[in-house]
Design a protein around this ligand. Structure first.
Ligand SMILES: *[C@@H]1O[C@H](CO)[C@@H](O)[C@H](O)[C@H]1NC(C)=O
Ligand SMILES: *[C@@H]1O[C@H](CO)[C@@H](O)[C@H](O)[C@H]1NC(C)=O
Ligand SMILES: *[C@@H]1O[C@H](CO)[C@@H](O)[C@H](O)[C@H]1NC(C)=O
Ligand SMILES: *[C@@H]1O[C@H](CO)[C@@H](O)[C@H](O)[C@H]1NC(C)=O
Ligand SMILES: *[C@@H]1O[C@H](CO)[C@@H](O)[C@H](O)[C@H]1NC(C)=O
Ligand SMILES: *[C@@H]1O[C@H](CO)[C@@H](O)[C@H](O)[C@H]1NC(C)=O
Ligand SMILES: *[C@@H]1O[C@H](CO)[C@@H](O)[C@H](O)[C@H]1NC(C)=O
Length: 486
């Protein structure tokens, strides 16, 4: 029979389209690569789910009339055929041109059933019958599945290209019954039980794949970053199947919550096939710096990058009294008045990822106001360009970070209190940026940026690497719950 099953499945997956490569690629700013280890993890999870749903599964009853020498025509039934257990000893997963091939081999299964026979002979006018139970041990069970995966309108679609199940051997043990019956039962029922097991498993796998497909259909196309920005996690392009890994590309730009249109970015998506060195992880998530810059644009345009500072650790700095000697005109005009600072970011902060670190340049205008008799009077404006750099960290499924001050430049834009030299305030400004500004930025960064991880899975043992304009997160995932799948 279908002994060539795995080979056929193998062929079907590799004989498929080579034309897929010719399609033009849409831009993607986040790519997720599922490594061999990740595919193995997913495969084990699916096989375990499938195994669990098959246990206690009841197969259709079988009825048959059998001619037995001497005895005559005997009507036999097998009822309550129940799969008790399945044990999968080895399985493999292999990406092909357009899908994934999963093969489970050398599996064993146990079934229990009830048997019954009845017959009449011309010798005795009454019906003779007997019944009992039976136990079936199935060996050398082989299951192969080829699932295709393609992008339909931004969602991944799964379809079963091929699914087969083959039972190599089975041992039937009857509890009770006459010896003539045993051979008759085995002869008549072996093939029927075999095909019932084969089709039950095949049907279960196809149903499971369909369930997984509907789960994929319900995956969100956007993930809220917060109430201002959403991350567009629409799949772009078909998955790319490598020798032992699969790459998924997603749009990956942050858009304003209330915005529907797509901004265009001039950017060459140069996916560098990056491996996580020797540390093999299940997933590689590659984020282009454009992802962070798109977020920066959204938050800037939402008008969120303004900040009024009226409290600082050394509050005396926000009084003209402290500036008596450095900016005498300020003190002369507004003696001992309190001041506030109005800091406005003037363009979206520019984020740069380099092999060494992740940095940002923030350009802002700092307007100094004097509070004089309940009136807020702007007296000077300083252009402050700050560069920060920092580290990113994973917390849960979020990307968080911390930055430190690298450098800054100051330029007086205008002043109503005379021209004063920037080097005079350099020291105070450095302290202010370190003590007030950087902690404020870090407080926002701490809230984190959501990574595109399917609900129910969490990142574990993540490492973060940076390359030129790109960040790669290498991580294992742990499975917490995936209700309703398979
Ligand atoms: C059917 O088989 C299952 C599993 O062996 C058993 O638990 C159950 O009692 C059986 N039912 C009948 C009606 O024999
Ligand atoms: C499955 O098979 C393995 C080895 O073949 C054995 O160690 C294990 O106990 C079996 N599990 C069950 C539930 O039968
Ligand atoms: C099937 O039953 C036999 C005998 O009870 C047992 O040794 C074997 O482990 C069982 N196999 C599975 C897969 O549960
Ligand atoms: C794709 O989406 C568009 C608009 O959202 C819809 O009109 C079209 O029917 C969809 N196509 C498929 C194959 O789902
Ligand atoms: C994939 O496998 C083929 C044949 O084994 C080999 O020629 C090719 O270099 C491999 N590609 C990668 C990316 O490993
Ligand atoms: C999200 O990304 C997809 C694919 O690039 C794009 O077609 C869609 O317009 C984007 N959605 C929004 C709201 O920008
Ligand atoms: C702070 O500055 C911005 C931009 O210059 C301005 O729109 C805003 O009204 C100012 N806020 C206060 C309280 O002065």
């Amino acid at each position: 029979m279908a002994t060539l099953l795995p080979f056929l499945l193998f062929l079907s997956i590799f004989s498929d389209s080579a034309t897929a490569h010719l399609q033009s690629k849409e831009e993607s700013f986040i790519s997720v690569v599922v490594s061999e280890k990740g595919l193995d993890f997913g495969k084990d999870l699916l096989i375990e789910k499938g195994r669990k749903t098959l246990i206690r599964h009841r197969l259709p009853d079988i009825e048959k009339s059998v001619k037995i020498p001497v005895v005559g025509t005997v009507s036999m039934t097998a009822t309550n055929i129940t799969l008790l257990s399945i044990n999968v000893s080895s399985s493999t997963v292999q990406p092909g041109e357009s899908g994934i091939l999963i093969v489970a081999s050398g599996a064993t299964a146990n079934l229990s059933m009830n048997w019954r026979y009845s017959y009449r002979t011309w010798l005795i006018p009454i019906e003779i019958s007997d019944e009992g139970s039976a136990f079936v041990r199935v060996e050398g069970l082989e299951v192969g599945l080829t699932v295709g995966m393609e992008n339909q309108n931004g969602t991944l679609e799964l379809n079963v290209i091929e699914c087969g199940c083959y039972v190599k051997d089975m041992v039937i043990t009857l509890d009770g019954g006459a010896s003539w019956f045993y051979q008759g039962f085995v002869n008549a029922f072996e093939d029927r039980i075999r095909s019932a097991v084969e089709s039950a498993i095949t049907k279960n796998i196809i149903e499971g794949t369909m369930k997984l497909d509907s789960l994929l259909q319900t995956l969100p196309k956007k993930i809220d970053v917060d109430d201002v920005g959403v991350l567009n996690v629409t799949f772009v392009n078909d998955p790319v199947f490598g020798n032992s890994s699969v790459e998924f590309d997603i749009n990956g730009l942050v858009i304003a919550s209330d915005e529907v249109s797509m901004r265009s970015y001039l950017h060459e998506n140069a996916w560098i096939s990056t491996s996580c060195g020797w540390i093999l992880k299940m997933l590689w998530i590659s984020l282009d710096e454009t992802v962070f810059n798109s977020a920066s644009v959204v938050y800037f345009q939402a008008g969120l990058m303004h900040w009024i500072v009226d409290k600082v650790p050394d509050q005396s700095l926000l009084n003209t009294g402290s500036w008596k000697f450095l900016i005498p005109q300020l003190y002369k005009k507004y003696p001992n008045d309190d001041m506030i600072l109005n800091i406005s970011v003037t363009s979206p902060p520019l984020i740069r990822i380099t092999p060494e670190n992740i940095g940002a340049i923030i350009s802002s205008d700092m307007t100094v106001h004097v509070l004089d008799a309940c009136e807020s009077i702007p007296v000077a404006c300083i252009s402050v360009v700050v560069s920060v750099s920092g580290v990113v960290e994973i917390s849960g499924n979020n990307l968080g970070g911390r930055v430190e001050l690298d450098d800054f430049t100051l330029k007086l834009k205008w002043s109503k209190v005379g021209n004063f030299h920037m080097h005079l305030i350099q020291g105070v400004m450095r302290a202010f940026l370190n003590i007030v500004f950087v902690p404020y930025v870090n407080m926002h960064l701490k809230q984190g940026f959501p990574l595109p991880i399917i609900h129910g899975f969490t990142l574990q043992n993540a490492d973060i690497l940076t390359f030129s304009s790109r960040m790669v997160i290498c991580s294992d995932v742990a499975y917490t719950s995936l209700s309703g799948v398979v």
